[in-house]
Design a protein. Structure first.
Length: 161
């Protein structure tokens, strides 16, 4: 009778294990991509901004700066969706860990400490800070190109700060 119960339990546990492996792999892939994007975006923006402003191709600075703002906003929308997917994968992972009988010490989802500040502290806040910094950098480049930063229009600087 014990053999029959093990045979019956084993097929039920396999789909849970497979689902858990897929949740872990998806979570890691999204987290890895988001981390690389958050590291590369400000570096690429700084390099491009310094190059553009130093070469003073003012005809192109304004449109390129606005393009940078729009492209960065689009990437943030993609980032925000990644955050939503990671939250969902974390919830799925916790549920699967409980069903598989993993303790909070062994599971990568169930044992995590809660994030502070309405779940913002951590990757969500880091992403927001970095994307805002990049958007402001591209606004500066656009402002140089369009002449927003001359003496008569300095009030724009105070609005952005």
């Amino acid at each position: 009778m014990g053999v029959g119960m093990n045979d019956k339990e084993e097929p039920q546990a396999e789909p849970l294990k497979l689902s858990y492996r897929q949740v872990c792999a998806s979570f890691e892939a999204i987290t890895d991509f988001r981390g690389k994007l958050l590291a590369l975006l400000p570096l690429a923006t700084a390099a491009a901004g310094v190059f553009l402003v130093r070469h003073q191709q003012s005809v192109f600075l304004g449109p390129l700066g606005l393009f940078g703002v729009v492209a960065t906003a689009g990437l943030y929308m993609y980032e925000f969706r990644g955050i939503q997917r990671c939250h969902r994968l974390e919830a799925q992972g916790r549920t699967l860990e409980r069903k598989l009988g993993l303790s909070p010490e062994l599971g990568q989802f169930w044992g995590q400490p809660p994030r502070r500040w309405s779940n913002m502290l951590g990757p969500p806040a880091a992403g927001l800070v970095i994307y805002l910094a990049v958007i402001f950098a591209w606004l500066y480049v656009a402002g140089v190109g369009f002449g927003w930063w001359n003496k008569t229009h300095q009030w724009w600087l105070w609005v952005l700060v």
